[in-house]
Structures are given as C-alpha cells and as structure tokens.
Design a protein around this ligand. Structure first.
Ligand code: ATP
Length: 141
C-alpha cells in the first residue's frame, strides 16, 4: 500500500501546489480533519484557516478560505476560493486587513456587513497564524 498521497490545491486563478505528502490536516467547515494515505473517500466544505501537510515528517502550511476538499485513497484535491502558501503570505497586508476589520467592527455597522467583516478579520488572523506556524512559533497539532 502506498505511504504517500497526492495533495493538489487550486484556486479559480492559480495552481497553488501539487505534491506527494504523508499527511494532510485541513480546516473543514465543521472542524479540522486529517487524511492519511488510503483514506475512505469523502467530500468536505472548507472553512477559513490553516491547512498543513507533512513531507519527510516536516510540516508545511497553506492558508485556505472557502471551497471544497475531495478525498480519495490516493489524493486530496482542494478547490479553494483563496489559498496561499505560508511563505507567500504578506504579513503587513494581513495586519492592515486586521486593523481595518477591527475598526469596522468597533463602528458597529449593519448585520450583513458585520458578517463580512468578521470573515475578513478571520482571514487576516489565520494568515498571520500560518506564517507564525511556518516559522516554528507554535503549531497546528
Ligand atoms: P485584503 O483586504 O488585504 O485584500 P482579503 O482577506 O480581503 O485581504 P481575499 O479576498 O481573501 O483578501 O484575497 C484576495 C486576493 O489577495 C487573493 O488572491 C489572495 O490570495 C490575496 N491576498 C489577500 N491577502 C493576502 C496576504 N496577506 N498575503 C498574500 N496574498 C493575499
């Protein structure tokens, strides 16, 4: 039996990653899920958060927000609305996005806008966490 699986992450505008990996941990909409090779097939919607995968025991992080993951025994296909490898995350941009979102929340705007602002804040915070984890400060699991 194979001891790796193919991880493929695509967004509407780019192919983010295609790699042979040992494990994938992903932010499902109902919580984190983990996938080893030969997993039974399933489909999950994705939330906002850090996806990580292992190659030779080392963890790598990718920020994802929205979309789906399709799991088969040999492959994890992630079709994300937005995805960035940790090293491609612009930390300053995420900090500015966090500040803008927090300011809008303090101004207590309409409910619909409030939900969008909460999502923007969550994206900014998870982007910063992915960068922290990738540089060895704390980790997902
Ligand atoms: P911002 O307000 O800074 O645009 P956002 O959360 O609204 O942040 P998204 O709508 O999630 O941004 O993403 C829009 C595009 O910009 C996507 O291609 C995404 O990969 C990219 N992007 C957003 N923020 C960052 C970041 N901090 N570093 C790298 N790429 C980013």
């Amino acid at each position: 039996m194979a001891n790796t699986l193919t991880l493929e992450i695509v967004t509407p505008d780019k192919m983010v990653l295609r790699e042979e990996v040992e494990y994938v941990g992903a932010p499902g909409i109902n919580g984190e899920f983990g996938v080893l090779p030969n997993h039974i097939p399933f489909l999950s919607a994705l939330g906002i958060g850090g996806l990580y995968y292992k190659v030779n025991g080392k963890k790598y992080y990718v920020f994802v927000a929205g979309g789906f993951a399709e799991i088969t025994p040999t492959k994890v296909s992630v079709l994300a609305e937005v995805a960035e490898r940790a090293e491609d995350i612009d930390l300053e941009r995420a900090r500015r996005a966090q500040e803008r979102a927090e300011q809008r929340i303090r101004q207590q705007q309409e409910k619909v806008e409030y939900a969008a602002t909460q999502a923007a804040l969550s994206r900014a915070i998870h982007r910063m966490r992915c960068r922290q984890y990738a540089s060895g400060e704390g980790s997902l699991h």
